[in-house]
Structures are given as C-alpha cells and as structure tokens.
Design a protein around this ligand. Sequence first.
Ligand code: HPA
Length: 281
Amino acid sequence: MLHLFDQIQAAVTEIQRRWPERPHVGIILGTGLGALARQIEAAATIEYDEIPHFPRSTVTSHRGQLICGRLSGVPVVAMEGRFHAYEGYPLDQITLPVRVMKALGAELLLVTNAAGGMNPVYTTGDIMLIDDHINLMGLNPLVGVNDDRLGMRFPDMSQPYDAQLIQQALQIARRENFAAHRGVFVAVTGPNLETRAEYRFLRAIGADAVGMSTVPEVIVAVHAGMRVLGVSTITDVCFPDALKPVDVAEIIATANAAEPKLRAIITGVLAAEAKRLARAS
Ligand code: HPA
C-alpha cells in the first residue's frame, strides 16, 4: 500500500486536475445537510470513487461526493457524505479527506454532525458549538509512524476548536434568534445507540452531546495545523431516566429540519472569513 503522503498527493492531483482553485475552507457536511451542499456555487462535483484512495460511503443518508466551488464568496471544498468508524474503515482512511483538504490549501475546517443531547437544558433541534471533545472511540487516527511532513508526533489538544469561530457562531445564532449552546462532544464508535448506563456514564464524565463521528477528523485537522469549527445538531435527547427508543428516521428528519440553522452559521462564518481575507490582501 502507498504511504499516506503519496495517497494524499495522488488525490490532490486528481482534484486539482478537475478544479484548479485553492480552497480556503474545508467543510464536512453531516446528516441532513444536503440543502447546504446545493447552495455551493459548484465549479466541480467529484464522486468519491473517482478520487484515488478515498473510501466509499456506505450510509444511505450520506451521499459520496466532493463539491468544489464558492460559498459566501469563499473558495471551499465540501464533503457531502462522510465516513464513520462503524462502517469498518480504519481512522487513517476516514480522515484522509481532511489531509487532502489541507494539502489543497484549506486553513479552516468546518465540521458538522448529528448528536444525541445529554445536557438536560438541550432540546431536539438545538445547535451545539463544540467547545471541546472526548475521544471514546478507543482508536486514534494518529497511531502509527508519524510523518513529520503532515504534523508533529505529539500534537497539543488544549484547544482543538477555535474560540473566535465559536464566538462568531454564537453571535450568528443570537442574531438569527435560535438556541445555540457551547458544549463538550464525546465520540463513540457506534453503530448502536447507547444504553441508559452508557448515557449516564457519558454525562458523568463531562459530555453534553454524543455522536459517532467528527473527533477523528478534528484530531487530524489539529495535527495538520488547521483552525476548526465543529457544530452539532441535537437530533434526539438522551436522558437516562426517561429514555425513549430512538428512531433513526426521526434523527434524520430532525437533522433536515435544523438545516437552516446550520446553514446560517456556516454561511455567516464564511462571510466573516471573506471579509478577513479581503482586509488581509
Ligand atoms: N448517540 C450516538 N450518536 C448519535 C446519537 C446518540 O444518541 N444521536 C445522534 N447520533
């Protein structure tokens, strides 16, 4: 098998052949964000199976294409459809697209997901800006020989999520008049949802929301030196003493319904980034 560095280069070469621009931002669209994907002024849409070394998404609620173009005037590369540990992929494959985004030129990663809310003040449909995370996947994408060209052996994780971007996102939510919390996200492997005892445990160790993605991608983005904004949609509430069986179709419907809020945050953050870039040039 090719070395990770060579896999990244091969993917970058194919993407640049189809879209020669340099993205400023990489976006990972979680469950229910198809409408946001449609809002990107796409210059190229590339199926994952046309990109060397990209895994294929096996989840029906996720498509599998890379959308390259502009959103709020900013050049972006967006993943419509992401990969999860529960699909059986190793984490270095799941996170390869983040490495590729960085190698294409992206400095910022916007990552979204659907999550179960454990903080008792959260309700279904709320937004949570990820302030910090706990990796309970029992896996780490950085395990193995470190390639110093990609990042350092022992990356700092004292602040994986950019405080300024969180503030901006909270301001957007206030302006648009919807509830947005700031909280701790815990990542589990899945695919089953948690038992009552597990939700109790996850809440007790300090998590506000739980999901099956995002943390591997964020670890790699931090390793690669990217600024990160992580946004969860609370698709179900998980209070161990009043737990109802979860319906995955309902989770997807809630994620779809909350899409305008996420879109407001993402397009708002990008508009601010466009202004910042204009001032800097
Ligand atoms: N647990 C794990 N992942 C999830 C949940 C949950 O309750 N809700 C949405 N994704």
